[in-house]
Design a protein around this ligand. Sequence first.
Ligand code: NDP
Ligand SMILES: O=C1O[C@H](COP(=O)(O)O)[C@@H](O)[C@H](O)[C@H]1O
Length: 495
Amino acid sequence: MSKFVMIIFGASGDLTKRKLMPALYSLYKDNRLPEGFAILGIGRTEYADETYRDYILNELEHFVTPAEVGMKEFCTHLHYLSLDPAKEEGYAMLDQHLQEITGEKEPDNLLFYLATPPSLYGVIPLHLKTAGLNREHTRIIVEKPFGYNLKSAQELNKIYASVFEEHQIYRIDHFLGKETAQNILAFRFANGIFEPLWNRNYIDYVEVTAVENLGIEQRGGFYDGTGALRDMVQNHLIQLVALTAMEPPAVFTADNFRNEVVKVYDSLKPLTEEDLNEHIVRGQYTASGSKKGYREEKNVPADSRTETYIAMKIGIDNWRWSGVPFYIRTGKQMPTKVTEIVVHFRETPHQMFHCHGGHCPRANKLILRLQPNEGIVLKFGMKVPGPGFDVKQVMMDFSYDQLGGQATGDAYARLIEDCIQGDPTLFTRSDAVEASWRFFDPVLRYWSEYPDAPLYGYPVGTWGPLESEAMMHEHGADWTNPCKNLTNTDQYCEL
Ligand SMILES: NC(=O)C1=CN([C@@H]2O[C@H](COP(=O)(O)OP(=O)(O)OC[C@H]3O[C@@H](n4cnc5c(N)ncnc54)[C@H](OP(=O)(O)O)[C@@H]3O)[C@@H](O)[C@H]2O)C=CC1
Ligand SMILES: O=C1O[C@H](COP(=O)(O)O)[C@@H](O)[C@H](O)[C@H]1O
């Protein structure tokens, strides 16, 4: 077998330093990278191998905590080549460099990772093809968002299909690499107790939340052309909906699993005019105290109408879910960072216990928390000891800490390792990416046709525009908001 080389386009960027290098280092220290591997960073920024190694070592010392021995040794596997990935002429030099690193005439155990702005996702594979670097054993990982809308995703898929076989293409969505996202499948399909209840007969509605207490950091240029819908909803949030809603595959293989994901996307209830007007709330954070508003961020136009928050009510038209609303939301500069799915079961058909002593019987709720404090919480009513029938909500909770205190693995490490081993299960297939865009395309069209469609402000550190609360009130409910500084499972503000 040829020597393994991972080539990162965008090697001077944010993703590389914050996620990819720490993930590769964690695989390295656990001896999970192929023997004699090399990593070649590509970018327009000028570095010599040595200065790039120093730069990455410095970033690893910052992002890998606690600091560990072995990082310097890991960095000896790094190389750097300065070229503009948009220009064809650099690719012969890339080929030459790969030959020098591997000592082989035609190295083909190559993994290309596209961590550049999405505008380069179409041109890089074409240049790889021209340079003859799309060899039999090469693979390519492409970051999200894959496409800007349905049409561009279809065009990209065509380009990739003209350069690689589908089994060589890995469209990454790092949420699927999260241990806790995969655990949704184990929770649903390895346990008999919940699955019989997991349908429209017993579930009233579902919330999917992925919010952050950070702003856009230094990514204004990227984010302003992207927005929350493309950055989070079309990929991460809808993947979580799929994991929650999908049917169990008969056998757990990559194709079976991915077929079930596509079936969920194909069953998403097309958005109507009413949905576009009333069941989508977009927002943008505004200054509060010393915190900047979105329009004051670097590389963001002062009149930007890019959404940093979006909440939507969506439906799935199939036997299991017909009539059950899924409320999904994501936002920057919220009070805390939390990713979770809350499944609200129907109330008992008849309420024989009434509110008492400040407590009211409520419907059962199951919370699947992906981060932080990964775990599962089931809420149910119990009689408070003493006279009368005072029913209080209590919680049964499982925390990942109970699994021997082992930290949940890193999503990027898991996915890069899967790709090296040729396992595409947790990557997005071409038909899935198109099906997802097909569903969200009308929202993008609506916003471009009606640029004055409402965009609500929300102050930094709040739970988004009040209009999104109003959307939930239509269902007679409120969003489940964990308290600020969530530190353990019983900190739910509404309790
Ligand atoms: N950052 C994150 O947390 C996450 C990012 N992603 C995705 O990963 C991808 C990369 O993100 P991120 O690292 O934040 O992006 P960056 O904006 O940091 O860009 C990465 C690198 O691409 C190169 N680049 C930028 N513009 C151009 C250009 N016009 N032509 C050629 N090269 C260019 C730059 O290197 P140089 O100037 O040296 O050429 C830059 O360092 C994006 O698609 C993003 O959606 C996904 C999940 C999380
Ligand atoms: O893909 C992205 O995800 C991050 C959030 O990921 P998490 O694993 O930290 O929850 C988000 O900040 C970023 O904007 C987006 O591009």
